[in-house]
Design a protein around this ligand. Sequence first.
Ligand SMILES: [Zn+2]
Length: 569
Amino acid sequence: MRWSNAFIPTLRDDPADAEAVSHRLLVRGGFIRQLMSGSYSLLPLGMRVATKVSTIIREEMDRIGGQEFSLPVVHPGEVWKKTGRWDDVEGILVKFKDRKGADLLLAMTHEEVFTLLATELHSYKELPQTWYHLQTKFRDEPRPKAGLLRVREFVMKDSYSFDIDAAGLDVQFENHRGAYLAIFRRLGLDAIPVHASSGVMGGTESVEFVVASPAGEDDVARCPNGDYAANVERAVSEVVPEVDEPWEGRPERVATPGIRTIAALAEAHDFATPQRQIKTLVYVVDGEPTLILLRGDHELMEQKLVDGLGTQHVRPAHADEIREALGADPGSLGAVGVTALPIIADPALDGRSNMTTGANEDDWHLRGVDVARDVAVGRWLDLRRVRAGEPCPVCGAPLVVERAIEVGHIFKLETTYSRKLGATVLDAEGEEVPLQMGSYGIGVGRNVAAVVEVHHDDKGISWPVAVAPYEVVITTLKVDDHATMAAAEGLYERMRAAGLDVLLDDRDERPGVKFNDAELIGIPYRVTVGPRGLADGVVELTVRATGETTTVARDDAASELASLVGSAR
Ligand SMILES: [Zn+2]
C-alpha cells in the first residue's frame, strides 16, 4: 500500500475522553473511530490488525480440531427463555420485537444456539465435537469505556465443546487452555491463567486469562511463587488466626453515641479493634432480607455471594428495608438474637469470641459476643475480598494483588445447557445422556487493545510483527528526487514479492512528520531511503521496538527484511 492512497487519519492530539493508553493510541493512530458509546468502527489499519489476530485464533482453534461456523446475531427470545437467560438481571441483553410481535434479542453469546445445533448429534460415536465462530456480539454495558477494552459491540471467537462424559470435557478444557496460551504467546501477550467466577454463564470450573496492566478492570491475586492465581472475585487466602481475650458471661451493652463505622468504634474503644468486630450487612437475596457477617476489617466480595448462593438476584438492602428488618440504621446493626432472618457468615468469624457488634439499636453496641453461642449462623460461605500481603493458600507467601485485563475466559458448562435444550446422545450402553459442554471465549478487539497496552512507548504503538498492520514501512526522504523514488519503488516491489506487508510512505511531507507517523502507528521495521545514503549504496533500517538504526546495502535490504520479518512472525 502507498501511504498517499491509504486512509490513515492520524491525529496530532490525544482524544479528550481517552484515559487508557490503547484507547488514546488507537484513535490517534487512525485505527478506530467511535460511533457511539461502546461502539467503534475499525478503520483499515485497525481492520488489518484485527484480521491478523483473528487468523491466529483460527489457526490455533483448527489445531485442536475446531470446526468453524457462522451463527446469526439476532436470536428468537424463545430459546433464551428455555435456558432462563431471557430474564437478564444485569440488563445487558438488547431485546426487541419483529413485525409480527415475536420476541427477539441481539446475542451477547451463543451457548443457546450452538446447543440447539447440537441436538442433531445422536450418538457418542459422533463425539467429541469442537465448534466455533467469530461473530459480532452486543451487550448493553452500563459503563462502556477505555476504547476497545470495554465496549458494547464486539467481535468474539466463541467455541463450544461437546463430549459424552466429564473426562472428555476435561480433555477439551485442557486443549483450549493450551490453544489460548499459544494464541496469547503469538500475540505478544504474557497471559496467565487464573481461577475465575463463572458468573452469568453458569457451570462449574472457569479459568480466565489475564494480562497485568493498569488499564485492566479486574484485580488478580497471585502468588509470587507461581503456585496460585485467581481473580479476586473468587480468590482465597489464609486467615492469620486471632487470639480472643477471655470474656465471662453474656454480651454487654455499650453506649456508642454517634458511632456509625468500624473505624470510629475501634478509635473509641480499645476492645473493639476492627479484627475484633463483626461487620453486619443486609442484602436482599431472591427478595428476602439476609444478614451477611464479616470480620470488621474484611470487605465483602459481592460476586462470591452471587456464586455461593447460585442466584443473580442479590443486592444491598435499601435504608428503609434495613430499618424494617432490624429496627436500626447501618452503623448499629448486629445479628445477636436475630432468628427471623437468614444469616450467612464468613469463616473468618468461625469460633471467635469476645467480639463487638451493633445492638440493633442506634447508638448502642454489644461486646463479649461469642459467635457460636450468640449468633444463629445458618450458612458459612467464603465472602471475603482477598488483600495484598495475605498468605497464599498453597504456600503461605504474601499474595500480590494487581490490575489485569481479561483477554480470554474458558468455562466448564457441563450439562447446564444441554439439559435445558434437550441436547442428548446415546452412550455406549444405549442410554440417553445430556452432552457435557464447555464454552470458550476470546474477544478480538479486547486483545488488539491489550497488545497496545503492553507494546507501546511515548512515541506510539510498537506492534509485535505477528499482528502489525504492516511489517515494514519504507520512508522516502525526498519525493521530488527521481533516484530516491525509483530506489524506494524498487524495494517496495521486491519486498511485496517476498510476501512482506509493506507500506510505502510516498507522501510529500517533511521527514519528521513521516517518522512520527510511522512511530505512532507502530510499524516494526522502517527502511529509510534518501539521496545521501543511496550515493553510498545504502538505506537505513530502524527497529521500532528498540529505536536501533543500522545501514544496509540497498541491494540486500529486501532479503534482509524478509528474513527479519520471517523469523519474528
Ligand atoms: Zn504460593
